[in-house]
Design a protein around this ligand. Structure first.
Ligand SMILES: NC(=O)c1ccc[n+]([C@@H]2O[C@H](COP(=O)([O-])OP(=O)(O)OC[C@H]3O[C@@H](n4cnc5c(N)ncnc54)[C@H](O)[C@@H]3O)[C@@H](O)[C@H]2O)c1
Ligand SMILES: O=C(O)[C@H](O)CO
Length: 320
C-alpha cells in the first residue's frame, strides 16, 4: 500500500503527478490557507505532510500519530518544533539552494526601492503630486553604487546578494557570519567584520540569517544606535530576528534613514501597524522566493524529499 500524504497548499499538476507515483495524496486546493482544525483533521492518519511553513508543534504531532515526515516547502524551518519532532520520531526536511537567486533579486530590489524611494514616489506620481523639477530637491534619494553593504548571515542567499552588490553595483561588502568564509572573500571580494563594526560602517545593513534562538531579536535598540543615521536597514530573514518596537523608534527618532522589509513579527501584518504608516519604509508580503519558476522548483524539491523519506531513503535536505 502506498503511504498517505497530505499537501497543505495548492501544487502544480507536475508535482502532483510525481507524488502520485509514490504516494496516495490529498491536496488542499484552496488559495485561502487551511485552518488549523481542518489541518489537524486531514493529518489524522497520514504518513507524510508537505507544507509551506505551517507550525509543527507538539500538539499537531499528537493529532497525527502515524506521521513520519514533514517536508517544508521553504528553506527556513523555524516553524518546526525540533524537540517535539525528535520526540515523536518525525523527520523534517527543507528546500535550500533552489531559491537563492530569486530571493537575492528581491533583497537587492528592496535595497534599491528604499534608497531611491521607489514606492513612496510611485504613490506620489499616481496621486497627481508630481511637481516640476523633481530632480532638484524633494525626490532625492541615496546612491547604492559604490556604497557599503553589510550582510548579516553570509549563507547561500547572502552570497548571491554579495555577488550582485559587488559585480553589479561596485559596492564594498562587509559580512558577519557564524564562521568566516575565506573562499567567498577570495572569490567575491567580501570582507569579514564583527557585528558592531559592520553596523557602524555600512550604508545598507541586510539581515539574512535563519531564525534561531540565537538570532531572535538580534537587531534591537543597541544595534540601531550603532548604525549610521543615513543607514538603510533591509530584512529578508524572519520578522522575529528584529525587535520591531526598536525599529519603529529608530525610524521615528531618525537614528536610521529608512527600512525595507519582506518579513514581520506577525504575518500578515495588520493595516494599522506603525511601520506601514511611514513613508520611508518599503514593504513586501514575505515574497522573497515567490516567482513561478522558483516556487515550482521548491515544491518539486519538497516532494522529492518527502518521497525519499517515505520510501526509506535518506532525503537530500534533512534538517532533523
Ligand atoms: N523572505 C523570504 O521570502 C525568504 C526566502 C528564503 C529564505 N529566507 C530566510 O533566509 C534565511 C537564510 O537562508 P539561506 O538559504 O541563505 O541559509 P544559510 O543557512 O545558507 O545561511 C544562513 C547564514 O546565517 C549565518 N548565521 C546564523 N546565525 C548567525 C548569527 N547569529 N550571526 C551571524 N550569522 C549567522 C550562518 O552562518 C549562515 O551562513 C532562511 O533561514 C530564511 O529564514 C527568507
Ligand atoms: O524560508 C523560505 O524559504 C521563505 O521564507 C519562504 O517561506
Amino acid at each position: 500500500m502506498k503511504p498517505k500524504v497530505f499537501v497543505s497548499m495548492p501544487i502544480s499538476q507536475e508535482v502532483k503527478d510525481y507524488l502520485m507515483q509514490h504516494c496516495d495524496i490529498k491536496v488542499w486546493e484552496e488559495q485561502e490557507p487551511i485552518k488549523r482544525d481542518d489541518l489537524l483533521r486531514e493529518i489524522a492518519d497520514v504518513d507524510g505532510l508537505l507544507t509551506s511553513g505551517r507550525r509543527i508543534t507538539e500538539n499537531l504531532l499528537h493529532h497525527a500519530p502515524k506521521l513520519k515526515v514533514v517536508s517544508n516547502k521553504s528553506v527556513g524551518y523555524n516553524n518546526f518544533d525540533l524537540e517535539a519532532m525528535k520526540k515523536h520520531n518525525v523527520i523534517g526536511t527543507n528546500t535550500p539552494g533552489v531559491l537563492d537567486e530569486t530571493v537575492a533579486d528581491l533583497a537587492v530590489g528592496l535595497m534599491l526601492a528604499a534608497a531611491r524611494r521607489i514606492s513612496e514616489l510611485d504613490q506620489l506620481v499616481k496621486s497627481g503630486q508630481w511637481t516640476p523639477q523633481s530632480w532638484d530637491g524633494p525626490f532625492l534619494g541615496v546612491d547604492v553604487h559604490r556604497a557599503t553593504l553589510g550582510v548579516i548571515g553570509m549563507g547561500r542567499i547572502g552570497e548571491a546578494v554579495a555577488k550582485r552588490a559587488r559585480l553589479g553595483f561596485n559596492m564594498e561588502v562587509l559580512y558577519c557570519n557564524r564562521r568566516q568564509k575565506p573562499k567567498a572573500e577570495k572569490e567575491l571580494g567580501v570582507k569579514y567584520a564583527d557585528l558592531d563594526t559592520l553596523l557602524q560602517q555600512s550604508d545598507f545593513v541586510m539581515l539574512l540569517t535563519p531564525l534561531t534562538p540565537e538570532t531572535e531579536g538580534m537587531i534591537g535598540e543597541r544595534e540601531f544606535q550603532l548604525m549610521k543615521e543615513s543607514a538603510i536597514f533591509i530584512n529578508v530573514s524572519r520578522g522575529q530576528t528584529v525587535d520591531e518596537d526598536a525599529l519603529i523608534r529608530a525610524l521615528k527618532n531618525k537614528e536610521i534613514y529608512a527600512a525595507a522589509l519582506d518579513v514581520f513579527q506577525q504575518e500578515p501584518v495588520t493595516k494599522d501597524h506603525p511601520l506601514l504608516q511611514m513613508k520611508n519604509v518599503v514593504t513586501t508580503p514575505h515574497i522573497g522566493s515567490a516567482t513561478r519558476k522558483t516556487t515550482e522548483a521548491m515544491a518539486m524539491k519538497a516532494a522529492e524529499n518527502l518521497v525519499a523519506a517515505l520510501t526509506g531513503k535518506e532525503p537530500e535536505n534533512r534538517v532533523i
